[in-house]
Write a protein that binds this ligand. Structure first.
Ligand code: SAH
Length: 223
């Protein structure tokens, strides 16, 4: 199902993807290098191998999507990850974004609400050797208080509003990147915790994500 071989052809396609991201304005060298390292084709069904290095979002299991590489690059650049940062990701999905974060030297905690995706992605990340990523079956609205605070929080599903519980789990000086909006289109917001109860907000324009849904979806449930 997932092809774990990384061939010269894949490496060549990946280099082209990185060059394409540069030409679209991504200039964070560390982010470009991390994207250059992660074998994106391994995160898609092997039948869609050809699609892995095009700059498009793509369907994965459970009706979800792997984010477009440009979106991953923008969100990751906005997060400004430093080596050793503790990063909480909401919406594990395919595991691709989490892998890019770990390649940047982050300690990654990632939450997924869909049990089937949680299981298949945890297994895949292990097979790929991304053992530094800790995966959890959780409703991301609550964050992961047990390991808080986090230097960075990255939300990869469209949130109707900014969850207070996530803001509380940021370190002072830490930031959260989150697409916020009630309709089909969201605004990419970066919130920096400047003090115990003071937050600065910046807006980076329009994006489109799959919805942030409350509650856990068990394998036997139909929605
Ligand atoms: N970061 C992913 C893309 C995520 S798509 C990647 O790199 O592939 C968004 C994911 O968020 C989906 O897998 C969806 O199931 C998950 N999600 C939606 N609402 C959630 C919630 N409340 N808690 C945790 N995960 C959630």
């Amino acid at each position: 199902m997932h092809d774990l071989k990384d061939t010269y052809r894949h490496k060549g396609l990946r280099k082209q993807l990185v060059d394409g991201l540069k030409s679209k304005g991504i200039d964070d060298e560390a982010v470009l290098q991390a994207i250059g390292k992660v074998p994106r084709h391994c995160f898609l069904n092997s039948a869609f191998d050809e699609w892995a290095y095009r700059d498009v979002a793509f369907p994965i299991e459970s009706g979800q999507t792997i984010s477009q590489p440009l979106t991953v690059a923008i969100q990751t650049s906005l997060l400004n990850v430093k080596k050793g940062d503790k990063v909480l990701e909401i919406g594990t999905g395919s595991g691709y974004q989490a892998s890019v974060l770990v390649e940047l030297g982050a300690k990654v905690f990632t939450l997924e609400r869909d049990e089937h995706l949680y299981k298949t992605t945890s297994e895949l990340l292990n097979k790929l050797g991304y053992t530094g990523i800790r995966t959890y079956l959780r409703d991301g609205f609550d964050g992961l208080p047990r390991h808080a605070p986090y230097d960075k929080i990255l939300v990869t599903a469209a949130a109707p509003e900014i969850p207070d519980k996530l803001l509380e789990q940021l370190t002072i000086g830490g930031c959260m990147v989150i697409p916020v909006g009630k309709g089909d289109i969201q605004n990419m917001i970066r919130i920096t915790r400047v003090d115990e109860d003071k937050y600065d907000k910046e807006d980076f324009g329009k994006f489109r994500f799959v919805p942030f849904v409350k509650g856990i979806k068990k394998e036997k449930d139909s929605n």
